[in-house]
Design a protein around this ligand. Structure first.
Ligand SMILES: NC(=O)c1ccc[n+]([C@@H]2O[C@H](COP(=O)([O-])OP(=O)(O)OC[C@H]3O[C@@H](n4cnc5c(N)ncnc54)[C@H](OP(=O)(O)O)[C@@H]3O)[C@@H](O)[C@H]2O)c1
Length: 304
């Protein structure tokens, strides 16, 4: 962290001003990006998840803060928004808001297919294109490996016709990691989306090294273990040395630890709150922990 940011941080005095820090970071630098290994395209390392938090239906008052979340996310340089037909109205809500804000061209829209059968898969994905209001999907993923071989065939065809730009698979639990690894060995995917956080570290045993070696981008889902990690640190101060990597809040501590792993392309915290998106994208600025620091961070978290 540079001198100016350290000074600003001291002045601001901790977490309450995470939003201000995000703005400051946004003004002075560019959000950190990682290359998608299959193409070399740059993708900002902090994305936005929509599970639960974007299931707002048609309710205008519930949509208002979500519009602000997307606007601020994009303003700070964020790009990847992840959704799924499994997430209630989230695809429609995100699609409508992105269209209203005129941000489609600046974002990287990812969703999933979550059904059985080729025809049902095609129907569901066509609906996702409409709901998200995109002509071309940046990333289509097979959700939780459901009927994965069938949908992969469709997606390879769609990729060859440029209906989608990238294809991937997802899962969210360590008990599925072996199956995920088998699938990655069967078929070359551009992306793996998998659970990875200080509370759920199992992906780094085999999946992350495999992806690094085989040039597969990795999206870390559940970066806060669905929010449970905040319960664990509630009322506990950050260690003073968190300032060395510019982590001014627990969210930034958690996210910087994730994107500090060389296999990780992007972490996608879910939030529906403008103050939380400012906090989260701030993790995409400043220093990242090296291996030694990541170990120290993990030990400290384990001790709480
Ligand atoms: N199988 C799959 O493909 C799969 C499975 C799970 C998740 N996902 C994807 O991954 C995304 C992330 O996972 P997740 O949503 O389950 O869990 P998560 O991102 O680990 O945690 C989300 C929770 O953290 C809270 N939060 C976010 N930022 C915060 C901050 N700065 N300070 C305090 N609280 C904060 C959110 O509430 P607020 O609204 O109050 O901020 C929400 O309750 C999902 O949205 C989804 O897109 C995919």
């Amino acid at each position: 962290m540079d001198q100016a940011r350290r000074g600003a941080l001291r002045l601001i005095g901790g977490l309450g001003a995470a939003a201000a820090l995000g703005r400051a970071a946004g003004q002075t630098g560019k959000i950190m990006s990682r290359k998608i290994p299959s193409t070399g395209e740059e993708l900002p390392a902090i994305g936005l998840g929509t599970w639960q938090v974007f299931d707002a239906g048609e309710d205008a008052s519930a949509r208002a803060p979500l519009r602000e979340v997307i606007a601020n996310f994009s303003k700070a340089g964020g790009k990847l928004i992840d959704s799924s037909p499994m997430y209630g109205s989230a695809e429609s809500v995100a699609g409508d808001l992105v269209a209203e804000l005129g941000l489609r061209a600046r974002l990287f829209i990812a969703t999933k297919v979550w059904t059985r059968g080729c025809d049902d898969g095609i129907r569901e994905m066509e609906r996702s294109f409409q709901r998200l209001r995109v002509k071309q999907m940046d990333l289509m993923q097979v959700h939780n490996l459901l009927d994965v071989d069938v949908h992969t065939r469709t997606l390879l065809d769609w990729k060859s016709k440029s209906r989608i730009r990238y294809l991937g698979i997802t899962h969210y639990t360590a008990s599925a990691h072996a199956e995920v690894e088998r699938q990655l060995k069967k078929q070359k995917y551009d992306f793996l989306q998998i659970n990875y956080s200080l509370a759920e570290q199992a992906a780094e045993n085999r999946l992350l090294p495999y992806c690094l070696e085989n040039k597969i981008a990795v999206i870390a889902n559940r970066p806060f273990a669905e929010g449970a990690m905040f319960e664990r640190v509630r009322g506990k101060p950050l260690p003073s040395w968190a300032a060395e990597i510019g982590a001014a809040s627990w969210a930034q501590y958690f996210l910087k630890w994730i994107v500090g792993h060389p296999a990780i392309t992007c972490a996608i915290p879910g939030t529906g709150k403008p103050e939380h998106i400012a906090d989260n994208v701030a993790a995409g600025f400043g220093a990242l922990p090296d291996g030694k620091m990541r170990l120290r961070m993990a030990r400290y978290f384990d001790s709480l």
